[in-house]
Design a protein around this ligand. Structure first.
Ligand code: SF4
Ligand code: SF4
Length: 92
């Protein structure tokens, strides 16, 4: 089980989420962030931090974004780890 970053994160990346993760399992893609499913401990700390509600437990992932489970699992291992907040892509 793990948490998943879904569509609302795309093109945005506020990165409020990364600073609260106790296991530093967020990874930075070109357009959005990904959570490594083998590292996430389902602590839920990141969920309320995301201003656009992009993070879901995989059991609660909306059907329309089901593909993001696979995408997080594929992309997280290929992207650099991110642990500090950055400027959002869409402006503040
Ligand atoms: S806070 Fe939400 S929108 Fe921003 S990078 Fe994290 S998951 Fe993506
Ligand atoms: S649920 Fe916890 S461990 Fe998983 S990504 Fe969010 S903050 Fe990190």
């Amino acid at each position: 089980m793990a948490h998943i970053v879904a569509q609302p994160c795309f093109g945005c990346r506020y990165t409020d989420c990364v600073v609260v993760c106790p296991v530093e399992c967020f990874y930075e893609g070109e357009q959005m962030l990904y959570i490594h499913p083998e590292e996430c401990i389902d602590c839920e700390a990141c969920v309320p931090e995301c201003p656009v509600e992009a993070i879901f437990h995989e059991d609660n992932l909306p059907e329309e974004w089901a593909e993001f489970k696979q995408r997080n699992a594929e992309m997280a291992p290929k992207c650099p780890r991110i642990t500090e907040k950055k400027e959002p892509l869409c402006g503040s």
